[in-house]
Design a protein around this ligand. Structure first.
Ligand code: SF4
Length: 239
């Protein structure tokens, strides 16, 4: 099994990217340095990508790969995509950046998510549906990394305290073996990764969603909010 540990070598990259609005793809013109590795980084959203990029950009030449058919509401999908692009634009314009970020959008068809999670609609967040959702997104990333000749792939999914690092790691390693591309296996929520992503999102004024992505997580969010409102009104009645 091929696997990249957390001590990736320190390298510097020069990269250029351009946006092609018509094809939905912004391609990084990847120029590999002697020491660094090219990394195709699956990103679930702009906010989660911020602290991961900050952590890795000295060691890897990063292309952000936005592939998230799990966002079942189309308007919400484009809102998150805009936040992702905004972060990349601001990052690439920043004088403090250590490399230029590339960007690719994996295309959007929420039916891919529905097919992959069929029969698991009633699962709670964190259950089997989420495992298949991670697998869908990571498998496409691993496949693209192989086709496009990246040295390794990874995902920002482990930034979230709601996502199991062990599950993501297990899937990433399986796919690394299957596709023959290294998996950068890191729990990005460690070392205050999540807290830092919140800080950086505020700094960059990024839209931060308050539910995971699929219709089911949206309904779960609403149910929790309603329960909270009920509790608060009961407390007020007692006062
Ligand atoms: S809750 Fe999140 S991770 Fe789980 S299936 Fe829905 S979008 Fe995917």
């Amino acid at each position: 099994m091929r696997n990249v540990d957390e001590k990736g070598s320190v390298g510097s990259y020069v990269s250029h990217w351009k946006e092609d609005e018509t094809s939905h793809i912004m391609e990084g013109d990847r120029e590999k340095s002697k020491a660094g590795k090219t990394l195709l980084l699956h990103s679930c959203c702009g906010p989660c990508s911020t602290s991961v990029v900050e952590r890795l950009d000295a060691d890897y030449h990063i292309t952000i790969y936005f592939y998230n058919p799990n966002i079942t509401d189309e308007e919400e999908y484009y809102r998150r995509l805009d936040a992702q692009r905004k972060f990349i634009r601001q990052y690439n314009e920043s004088p403090d950046r250590r490399g230029l970020l590339g960007f690719m959008e994996g295309g959007y068809d929420s039916r891919e998510f529905c097919r992959a999670t069929k029969g698991m609609e009633g699962e709670k967040e964190g259950g089997r549906r989420c495992v298949e959702c991670f697998r869908l997104r990571l498998e496409k990333t691993a496949g693209q990394a192989k086709i496009l000749g990246y040295d390794c792939f990874s995902t920002t999914l482990t930034v979230s305290p709601h996502k199991s690092y062990e599950t993501v790691s297990h899937i990433g390693r399986q796919l690394s073996y299957r596709y023959g591309v290294d998996f950068l296996d890191m729990d990005f929520k460690k070392k205050d990764g999540y807290k830092r992503s919140v800080e950086l999102s505020k700094l960059h004024r990024l839209y931060r969603q308050d539910y995971c992505g699929c219709h089911f997580s949206f309904m779960e969010r609403n149910a929790v909010a309603e329960e909270k409102r009920d509790m608060e009104s009961k407390d007020e009645d007692r006062e």
